[in-house]
Design a protein around this ligand. Sequence first.
Ligand SMILES: [Zn+2]
Length: 400
Amino acid sequence: MKGNITGNNRFLKEFNQTVVLDMIRVHKAISKAELSKLTGLSPTAIGVIVAELLEMGYITESGIGESNGGRRPILIELKPQSLYTIGVDMDVKYISLVLMDTTSRIIGEKTLDMPQNMIFEKVMDVIQSEIGKIIKEYGISTEKLLGIGLSVPGMVDSRECKIVFAPNLGWENVDIKHQFPDLPGIKVYVENEAMASAISENWIGCCQGIKNFVCINIKSGIGSGIFIDGKPYRGASGITGEIGHMMVDSNGLKCNCGNYGCLETIASTTRIVEQAKRLVKEGVASKLNDIQDVEEISAQSIIDAARDGDAVSVNLLLESARFLGLAISSIVNILNPEKVILGKEFVTYADIVLDHLKEIVRCKALKQTAKDIEITGSSLGERASLLGSAIIPLKVFFGK
Ligand SMILES: [Zn+2]
């Protein structure tokens, strides 16, 4: 019985510490009186918790706040570089790593090429070795590392820390949990890259305080992360937001998933590039003809040509945006989100196509669902999923 009481007390104490810590994070700088008012904990209890958190080195006194008549209060904020997290974002071409602290400040960042063949065990070895280098370079003790978050383009089981299917990487049913034997005791998390983007937009980006939103990543594939009522929407088996496999053309091309006419086969940047190559081979008049080897045409060269006024390139981007707009109209009708954020490669050409896409949604979605919708490019640019991967262990630490 006594043991239980002690256990409950410890749980309550840690719970209250976490609540206070998260309140400090959200408010950036806050007084003890405000903490007491906002948490409902007594001034005495707040005094004890703040003293403990100061002792643990998680927070610091940052300055003097405005007076409400009495003595001007001391403000408290999170202490920079007291604890850390490492995020890893993977794609067909690259592996990016970021070191972040509890204030969400980026301490270090690097990107390397994805190893050829993308053999899972080899990639995990590379990641483990790079994390080891970061820990050494920044002199971080492993007790100060809250965890490692991995963002993967594909379906994941985040609860079981498994990749279910990442078709573009060729990985199926692989376990992440035991892949870093040289980093014992460090918690590892895995997340779908679009959900990782949604997590970062919600934590530090343009969806802070927004409860219902959809983050759509457009690049070689298309995926989305959905937040409902302030939480990631996981569905029945943890696999949600696969908007890239929404069928938009029953007579369309075969997709990586085995189906035909998925949005991804029409609106991804891979598809835009394929279309451009085909048109150039057919001899269409375009600035893309200036590129000597047709196989060298990339999404970036199409965007550059579009900016240079090349009608063929502009039309390819607009056509892709049209299909995206149609798919988003359906999502808006089904979920009625406050915001739709478009990320990854899309941000590099959003200025060319966003108005067109918004117009499609305005015309095609029910006017009641689309009335107040805000559709924007990601505020975090192409790094949203990388930052999100580092934020996953932070969310756990702050009890979110
Ligand atoms: Zn598909």
